[in-house]
Design a protein around this ligand. Structure first.
Ligand code: SAM
Length: 302
């Protein structure tokens, strides 16, 4: 089975669908709205794991990147509810874990998730661009997975990572290409267009701020070696319900419901969901499943 889901047809479609402008959200919005509980993360983690077709999981991708021997001190910036840390922990039996996150609710969920495990864990509430509480040369591995687009001062963050990382360490920054999950954006934008929705809702993922496509120069300013390791997957849904939870709760209707907007009421989102569901149901009837193709990967910085 191939794990290369990139096709000329998808690449061509991306050019017609993905807008040049992307959404932008502050760290405060992330803390107070998206991650004031674990709901959004739990839905995404469930869908990414349950509906994937790449037999190698994202965790295996990361284990390949991080080359852990078991004794490393690992810092996870924006650790969320500790889902990834839980998977990595057995590979750090004689090492340590430090999880940092700006949102106390998900940080607490991570603390509870790893409570009682033998690997020493430290939990820090704070922003990834202020690592002043951490000493020089303290960590062998630093990760920032799917969170860098929320960090206010990227240069300060990367300079901090460089400082706290020991010589020979690896900084893994995982993010997406802006045309990831193209099929979700296609049904979403089609529905928005049919509803004559406001033009400013037609924006790409907030990860456009530092994506797999544009991140290398920003990282090269701080790290001598920057390598990109890509990872693809395709989610396949044969029932519209799990996709609709992913779209509505996991992605706030492709960000249309991320922040309060008095132009858009409950009726607007009900109609939007109905129109998206109808397209997904039609794809399932025609093709047997609705596919959502992921183009993601990690920068490995040394
Ligand atoms: C999409 S989640 C990713 C969680 C985890 N890294 C994962 O991949 O499962 C983004 C996380 O970044 C956190 N976050 C947002 N802005 C942050 C900041 N400036 N500093 C630290 N964490 C931040 C959020 O609270 C949230 O837990």
């Amino acid at each position: 089975m191939t794990t290369d889901f990139r096709t000329p047809a998808l690449d061509a479609l991306a050019k017609t669908i993905i807008p040049g402008e992307h959404f932008e959200f502050s760290a405060e919005t992330a803390r107070d709205r998206f991650f004031n509980d674990s709901r959004m993360l739990v839905v995404k983690q469930w869908v990414h794991n349950t509906f994937r077709t790449n037999p190698a999981s994202m965790l295996e991708h990361m284990l390949g990147n991080l080359a852990l021997t078991g004794t490393e001190d690992l810092l996870d910036l924006g650790c969320g509810n500790g889902f990834i840390l839980e998977g990595l922990r057995p590979h750090l039996a004689d090492g340590s874990i430090t999880g940092l996150d700006i949102a106390p609710a998900v940080l607490d969920a991570a603390r509870q998730r790893l409570h009682g495990t033998a690997t020493p864990c430290t939990w820090i509430e704070g922003s990834a661009d202020d690592l002043s509480s951490l000493g020089d040369d303290t960590f062998d591995r630093v990760m920032a997975n799917y969170m860098i687009h929320y960090v206010p001062d990227l240069d300060r963050c990367f300079a901090g990572v460089r400082r706290v990382m020991r010589p020979g360490g690896i900084f893994q920054l995982t993010t997406d290409r802006t045309d990831r999950m193209l099929e979700m954006y296609q049904v979403h934008f089609t529905a928005l267009r049919d509803m004559n929705a406001p033009e400013d809702l037609f924006k790409a993922t907030p990860k456009g701020r530092l994506s797999l496509d544009n991140g290398t120069p920003q990282l090269r300013a701080h790290f001598e070696h920057v390598q990109v390791v890509t990872w693809q997957d395709q989610l396949r849904f044969t029932d519209p319900d799990p996709f609709m939870r992913f779209y509505e709760v996991g992605h706030n209707h492709c960000c249309a419901s991320s922040e309060p907007d008095e132009r858009l009421d409950d009726g607007f989102f009900r109609e939007l969901r109905d129109r998206v569901r109808a397209q997904v149901t039609e794809a399932i009837t025609t093709n047997g499943y609705f596919a959502v193709t992921k183009f993601t990967g990690s920068f490995l910085c040394r």
